[in-house]
Design a protein around this ligand. Structure first.
Ligand code: ZN
Length: 449
């Protein structure tokens, strides 16, 4: 997480959230006569296999009120809250940190929680662009010990279980909606050094999940996804939710039979992946995903402007027929993948110093940096270059460490010099130059012979 951007991000997320609230059927915002609710907007996963078309949004209490588990006595548990680094790719300040917390796992079941967290990480990194950029992430687990195994609402609505995070299906009366007590989750997330994304795994095989795509003001993370640990489709819901929280993408599905969603009549939305424009208008105006028009997309078909999206049947268009923002199990489309990569680089940088930069390096020292390897076809686009006082040292290209003694011929003047490494990701999956500029990182040292 790069903390300097936090303030600016908060404003952006607040706007996006307000837009979702205004569009959500059944929410307080959609019904002007309903009293304001101090709740949290969550996304409900769709009922049918593979499709999100039956999905929706609802408000749930922000402090876990009305949750069944809260009526049970809470017993203090010892040896709770242990933090482990499951995937280590470098300093938290330069990487995207995912914090995984389990619920409904007893002490005896903690080893299985760790195995389940590994499994969900494997599901996430099977989807591009996570596959290519997996080494840009750290993954932390926080052990939450529950008094009972399993979570409330599984198998039936009246099933109550005493769990560490108070997870429950049948949230807001909807069977597949898996809610949590956010304050309890935050209590565990705060134990990890840093959180950019939070994943709550419920010890259950029942299909369900939820997306809390509101940035945490206190802990700084971009959102919480909940998923059943033992249900593969739930993992796909969690990946879709990161499309909102990290990619700032809108939903590309629509309510086919819901009054009020037949046609969108409003202004051009701020979201990068839905538009009021036709593909010709996008091209003419150089708007939104115009750089991708006509290209073959990984989710099938070519990028255009397809009618329907952002919950509306007409009046709003989406880039492709069937991306992950519409249909579970599909890949992100080209504009979606670019937005995800932009999100990755909002939280992470591609080069970090290993050798401290706050002292002058002398002849016996080595300047070393950490540059995560990018996997997949796009990984070859990562370049590493070295500069001395701004002049490139071409023979050092590609290296991540250089001995100062190797530079002596150039340092015979005994003055101090600036040695820099610049790593740059020139992925063909990014065409927006403003995004591409964030995909370059420089580490500099002062050196003296
Ligand atoms: Zn969604």
């Amino acid at each position: 997480m790069r903390s300097a951007r936090r303030g600016a991000m908060a404003a952006g997320v607040a706007v996006a959230l307000a837009a979702v609230l205004a569009a959500a059927p059944g929410s307080a915002a959609a019904d002007p006569t309903a009293p304001p609710t101090a709740g949290v907007e969550v996304e409900i996963p769709g009922p049918e296999h593979g499709t999100l078309a039956g999905s929706g949004h609802t408000q749930v209490p922000s402090e876990g009120r009305n949750q069944p588990a809260s009526r049970l006595s809470v017993t203090e548990v010892v040896a709770d809250g242990e933090v482990a680094k499951m995937v280590d790719n470098g300093p938290t300040g330069d990487r995207l940190d995912i914090v995984v917390v389990g619920d409904g796992y007893t002490v005896a079941e903690l080893p299985r929680f760790h195995a389940d967290a590994q499994q969900k990480w494997a599901e996430l990194t099977a989807v591009e662009p996570y596959t290519t950029y997996r080494n840009l992430f750290n993954v932390w687990t926080v052990d939450a010990v529950s008094n009972q195994s399993g979570v409330s609402g599984d198998p039936s609505a009246d099933t109550l279980r005493d769990t560490a995070l108070g997870s429950y299906f049948w949230c807001d009366g909807i069977e597949r909606l898996l809610c949590i007590d956010q304050d309890k989750v935050d209590g565990y997330v705060a134990k990890a050094p840093e959180a950019d994304l939070v994943l709550v795994l419920a010890n259950s095989t029942k299909y369900g999940g939820a997306g809390y795509n509101e940035r945490s003001e206190t802990l700084g993370y971009e959102g919480i996804s909940t998923a059943s640990a033992g249900n593969e489709k739930s993992g796909q819901v969690a990946i879709h939710e990161t499309g909102h929280s990290l990619g700032k993408l809108a939903d590309e599905y629509f309510y086919a039979d819901y009054p009020g969603y037949e046609r969108y009549e409003g202004p051009e939305p701020a979201d990068s992946n839905i538009t009021t424009f036709t593909s010709d208008e996008l091209a003419d105006q150089g708007a939104k995903w115009h750089r991708w028009l006509g290209e073959q997309s990984p989710d099938g078909g070519t990028v255009g402007a397809y009618e329907g999206g952002g919950y509306y049947v007409a009046g709003l268009r989406r880039p492709t027929e069937n991306s992950l923002m519409r249909t579970l199990g599909k890949p992100f489309n080209l504009p979606g993948a670019e937005a995800m990569i932009a999100g990755f680089y909002r939280e992470a940088r591609i080069a970090s110093p290993v050798t401290a930069t706050d002292r002058t390096l002398r002849r016996g020292d080595t300047a070393k940096a950490l540059v995560p390897r990018l996997t997949g076809a796009d990984g070859r686009q990562l370049t590493i270059r070295w500069y001395l006082d701004g002049r490139e040292l071409k023979s050092l290209a590609g290296r991540t460490d250089v001995r100062v003694s190797d530079l002596t011929l150039r340092l015979l003047d005994l003055r101090t010099h600036k040695l820099s490494l610049t790593a740059e990701d020139r992925s063909p999956s990014v065409r927006d130059r403003a995004v591409a500029r964030t995909m370059r990182s420089t580490v500099s040292w002062t050196v003296r012979f």
